[in-house]
Design a protein around this ligand. Structure first.
Ligand code: MRU
Length: 329
């Protein structure tokens, strides 16, 4: 089943806010509906956002055919629904470039964006599993952060796709899913996806990661990216940087897996990336229940930057780059 797809003139998504309690498919007919789904993380993860961006423009092209002003406004809304993952704006812009040719041309490009992500996932899984065999002891014990499985892509995923491929080859030791506060993509989504794949998984609170590494219980950290800058600095879910520091201190590989569509050659370093601030509510409560006193404020950066020199390898659908050895993306 695909996380996101174009079905009979509408966008279908698995609603990730309902997981792991319910597997719900939603049909989105309008641009505003799609933008709301992006903002609430009903559809999320960099590759899936790229496809959502392209499909959003395909919806706009159909709904506002013959009205360039309304189309442009809708495209702007889609492109800017979230700021950090480069895939969203990239997918939207690629589809928007076909607007002068009409809605069918826009949809054809959106479907191509989807198909490219499907092909990229398969290539990353193979290359990443080969790299782990090279860098890690046999049957490595992996720690992963956030959710980078099929839910975050269209099928397959990025880092979690590698973990699943390693399992398929009989070469996986164990997996720890870092819970990923505040929205629990690791606890809710990664552990659910691993369960679906028949892989045992233990969830750990985010702060446990570096300590587990120090205690020699993790052989490698593997995670995804929302934007990889020209110098190799990698922007990913908040908490990634702490895991990178822990891996560096423990002397274990820190591996980023992402499609080429996440590599942003136009942004020099992580300092140049807009980090989404999602406001206090997600930190001060969960699903409507307060977890802090009403008097408390909060700071909620949704992503952080892992400097390139802490990254052992970046695996894409086309290559392996080793930023810590000074290789440029
Ligand atoms: O806020 P989210 O859940 O969209 O953040 C997602 C991540 O940070 C993922 O790790 C990243 O997009 C890689 S997805 C294959």
């Amino acid at each position: 089943m695909r996380t996101i797809d174009w079905v009979d003139g509408a966008v279908e998504i698995i609603d990730q806010t309902a997981l792991p309690d319910r597997l719900t498919v939603r049909r989105l007919h309008g641009v505003e509906e799609l933008v709301a789904a992006i903002r609430t993380l009903a559809v999320r993860g960099a590759p899936a956002l790229g496809v959502a961006g392209a499909f959003g423009v395909a919806l706009a092209a159909r709904l506002h055919e013959g009205d360039p002003v309304a189309t442009a406004a809708a495209v702007h809304l889609v492109e800017n629904a979230r700021p950090t993952a480069v895939n969203l704006a990239l997918g939207a812009r690629r589809a928007a470039a076909r607007l002068p040719e009409g809605p069918d041309a826009v949809l054809a490009t959106a479907l191509a964006v989807r198909d490219e992500e499907i092909a990229a996932a398969a290539a990353m899984a193979e290359r990443g599993a080969d790299l782990l065999a090279e860098l890690c002891p046999p049957r490595p014990r992996m720690l992963t952060h956030c959710n980078t499985g099929a839910l975050a892509a269209v099928v397959g995923g990025t880092a979690l796709g590698v973990v699943i491929e390693l399992h398929r080859r009989g070469g996986l030791g164990a997996v720890v899913a870092s819970e990923t506060r505040p929205l629990l993509q690791g606890a809710r989504l990664t552990s659910w996806e691993l369960g679906q794949a028949g892989i045992e998984c233990r969830v750990a609170v985010d702060g446990a990661g570096p300590f587990l590494m120090a205690r020699g219980e993790i052989d490698a950290v593997i995670l995804g990216a929302d934007r990889i800058c020209a110098n190799g600095d990698t922007v990913n879910k908040i908490g990634s940087y702490a895991h990178a520091l822990g891996a560096h201190r423990a002397g274990i590989p820190f591996i980023v897996v992402a499609p080429e569509s996440t590599v942003d050659h136009h942004t020099a370093t992580g300092a140049d990336v807009e980090i989404e601030d999602r406001g206090p509510d997600e930190v001060l409560g969960f699903r409507g229940t307060a977890t802090a006193p009403a008097s408390a404020g909060a700071v909620n950066p949704a992503f952080d930057v892992t400097p390139y020199d802490l990254i052992t390898a970046i695996v894409t659908d086309r290559r392996v780059v080793r930023p810590a050895l000074g290789e440029r993306v």
